[in-house]
Design a protein around this ligand. Sequence first.
Ligand code: PEP
Ligand code: MG
Length: 581
Amino acid sequence: MSFSLHGLAVSSGIAIGRAHLISHATLEVSHQQLKERDVAGELARLDAAIDIVSAELDALREEANMPGALSEVAAFVDLHAMILEDPALVEAARDLINERWCNAEWALVQQMEILVAQFDEFEDAYLRERKHDVMQVSERLIKALLGKPRKLARKKMTSGRDDDLIVVAHDLSPADTLAFKNMSIAGFVTDLGGATSHTTIVARSLGIPAVVGMQRARPLILDDDLLIVDGTRGVLIVEPDQRVLEEYRLRRSGLAIERSKLQRLAKVRSTTLDEQEITLYANIELPQDVEQAKAVGADGIGLFRTEFMFMNREELPSEDEQFEAYRSVAKAMSGKPVTIRTLDIGADKEIEVLSTRAAERSTTNPALGLRAIRYCLAEPQIFLVQLRAILRASYHGKVRLLVPMMAHTHEIEQTLAMIEQAKTQLRSSRHRFDEHIEIGGMIEIPAAALMLGPFLRRLDFVSLGTNDLIQYTLAIDRTDGAVAHLYDPLHPAVLRLISQTIQTAHRYERPVSVCGEMAGNPALTRLLLGMGLRQFSMHPAQMLEVRQEVVMADTEQLAAKVARVLKNDETDKVRELVERL
Ligand code: PEP
Ligand code: MG
């Protein structure tokens, strides 16, 4: 039966393909039918997961045996290790995989449910409660399995066919989405998420259609259902009829033609009709993204979100590893600016290796907690490693250092002092670096936008992080679908903060850019140009459309019109005026 669902349109375009359900919690694990030849591989996945969990428990046991640790911890670790070795759980799951050719996650959940039902029958309350331990061990195993996903090769297709893969999930973390960079995925839909959650940002950077905040898509869709994702209108059509399918195939081909026409703008300079040179920088998450940036003619990297390099791994990247990554980007950009942002973890960007430390110190509201520069100043050793790596890379290109989420003068002072400390360490270890490396700050907290002077006096440049600036100005969690309709870049208060920041930076003769998602939205290019913005930073996937807007714009005319927009304090009227710019 055909039906459609609506959500937030976050990454434009049309994808037609087969649903691939992704699960996270034990409860959500879906059944997957394997081919006989895949069974051995599936058993090996289960064995690898058992090894991982066994190593995790060993590490916990070691911690539990340290002086001062609670003896209860050691007892539960022993119990969990026993459950892991008990054939009732893993051997039975193995049998299921062998007999039914099913995925390991599903086999584990089936067996877990049988055991939980048996535990429920116990009279003794203590024994009954032990079902939670079985559940926890199963969760650990499933998490380990999900960390080593089955290769999606079976479904790897070339783009533009109806058997493409469309990922459907209740929720995805930025780290999950990042893993898609190495897979061929045509589109994705999630029940949760907001327009500028990091999951969405990564999807947009992949240039694939996506709809988030669907609320109830995941439970209604079955693996292999035929889906149409309309990432422009925020619509998902499940099992479309032939007529709808044909119409969408036509629209998809039309969009492909438009996209290939845009390609001619890759080599065009970003100059407006009144001869203003506009700088279009690229945002990247991983060093390999630099190729995409070069392919669309980026003038440099305006935002390298380094925290993504820390995701999906068990150890922190060392100074040398970070240095190599930063140097590779600096070299690839051949002297064009490369703006490396220091670690911005916290809020929706969880990094497994660091999350326990942050969680121990932070609050119940991570967006307002120990995030970004706050975290780095609280963990100086981690920060110094990154600062040294960035400084060393500065010898190999035009590297700039960008610090996220500063609100206080003392945060700038402390950061500058730490950069000096890293420089001193490098001098004594005879490492070379750019002594005059430019240091910039992100303006993403209203306090910083309102009191810009102290920032501009101490820093070489600033970059407006509009995603967070909107979140913190309007008190809207950018990841929360329930309040996504209130997340509004055109709220007059937001526009005034942005415009004011641009004007003040110009007065201080400091370069200012916008690196939030607003910069990559072609519907807002004319507005930002009219506010006086001359440097934009966006995902490479958005750059050609923005350049098209730039080359057709006249900044002088826009400035006069935008001045009128900014005088208006009714959001609806502002929206109308922006559409007419
Ligand atoms: C922003 O907040 O606008 C920004 C660019 O940083 P991030 O999206 O990584 O928080
Ligand atoms: Mg931010």
